[in-house]
Design a protein around this ligand. Structure first.
Ligand SMILES: Cc1ncc(COP(=O)(O)O)c(C=O)c1O
Length: 361
């Protein structure tokens, strides 16, 4: 049997119970699950692709391949990509969790992850029995590493990795012979700059994408979490071996979802509208957290406030729960997060307004 860590959210249960006793009810800001409607363009495309008797293509339909390639070029500045450089995934989480497996890593391999990180990077390594090293500085990535994860914008901190870091990361990964995988699930949610640079940005790669992989997701930018819609792009050699493994394993994005994703990627307007909603929620929640004595670190991108009162994170979680607000303790994301909480902006406007007024009270 696999030996995996307990699902950390279970340990929040007592705080959820406490927050639920608030006279005006629980406000759940502990998870980043979108609450706004799926755009009409996606719903219509899903409906019109619903007659799907045949098996879909693992590589994606020609329409989807074209839409993915055009999206990476238009939104992530990759330069032109061909069909061998893009791949659909069923949300990005499965690819994050399965990448070590699909790459054939095992007990003698080492996977590097960020020091404050989305837990699935380590889970994916645990599935194959690989060792995990948490290290942000490329110069300190061990020469034994086979796979390095970076995440920008970061969940939970909201930090963006600048281009010069990405260039250094590529150089170091190539020096040690590791695959460099960049999780860019919050790519469209950068607040202080127009965007956050992709690992595959041509200014970063200079056209050489060997051993590079970037992942993105439609869950956040297009409210498509329920469809399970993700995208991978990068090195054609790497992608062809991932595609082969995915064909054998039946890891195929369903045909109606492929239709919906193709249509959704071709439209940028709804993403801008969604950004506007999150920007308004940031403007409610961030000042209210500061008024309650929290400092907000990083958070220049993404869908969270990474907040601290320099106390143990569970004290902050408990303080919030007394106000009927559930937040995530930073320790869920590694030891380095133990003095922070992660406050999600993925709640309705009304819930964010209520949370802000409870924090200020
Ligand atoms: C950093 C990061 N990567 C990947 C995912 C997975 O997203 P999805 O599977 O919905 O694409 C999430 C979800 O919250 C995330 O925060």
């Amino acid at each position: 049997m696999l030996s995996l860590p307990d699902f950390p959210w279970d340990s929040l249960l007592p705080y959820r119970e406490r927050a639920s006793t608030h006279p005006d009810g629980l406000i759940d800001l502990s998870v980043g699950s979108p609450v706004d409607d799926t755009p009409a363009v996606s719903q219509q495309a899903l409906a019109s692709a619903s007659n799907a008797p045949s098996y879909p293509l693992t590589a994606g339909s020609p329409e989807l391949i074209l839409a993915m390639a055009q999206w990476w070029e238009r939104r992530r500045n990759t330069g032109p990509l061909d069909s061998t450089q893009v791949l659909p995934t069923m949300g990005s989480k499965e690819m994050v969790g399965l990448l070590p497996t699909l790459l054939g890593l095992g007990v003698s391999d080492t996977v590097v992850i960020p020091t404050v990180a989305y837990p699935t990077y380590a889970v994916g390594a645990a599935v194959v029995g690989a060792s995990v090293v948490a290290e942000d500085d490329p110069d300190r990535w061990p020469s034994s590493a086979s796979l390095v994860w970076i995440n920008s914008p970061s969940n939970p901190t909201g930090a963006v990795l600048p281009e010069d870091y990405l260039v250094r990361a590529i150089a170091r990964a190539r020096e040690i012979g590791a695959v460099l995988a960049s999780d860019e699930c919050y790519a469209e949610m950068a607040w202080e700059e127009a965007s956050s640079p992709s690992l595959l940005d041509r200014g970063v790669t200079n056209g050489d994408v060997s051993d590079l992989l970037a992942l993105c997701s439609l869950s956040k930018q297009s409210n498509l979490a329920g469809y399970r819609a993700g995208l991978a792009a990068g090195d054609p050699v790497l992608l062809s071996s991932l595609l082969l493994a995915r064909k054998h394993l039946g890891l195929i994005m369903p045909a109606p979802i492929q239709g919906a994703v193709a249509a959704t990627l071709a439209e940028d307007q709804h993403v801008q509208e969604q950004r506007g909603r999150y920007r308004a929620r940031r403007e409610l929640i961030f000042p209210a957290l500061r008024a309650a004595g929290f400092r907000i670190d990083h958070s220049e991108a993404g869908l969270y406030a990474w907040a601290s009162r320099d106390e143990e994170c569970w004290s902050s979680v408990s303080w919030c729960s007394e106000r009927g607000i559930l937040v995530a303790p930073g320790s869920f994301y590694g030891q380095a997060g133990q003095h922070h909480i992660r406050v999600a902006l993925t709640a309705t406007d009304a819930a964010c307004e209520a949370a802000a007024s409870r924090l200020r009270a």
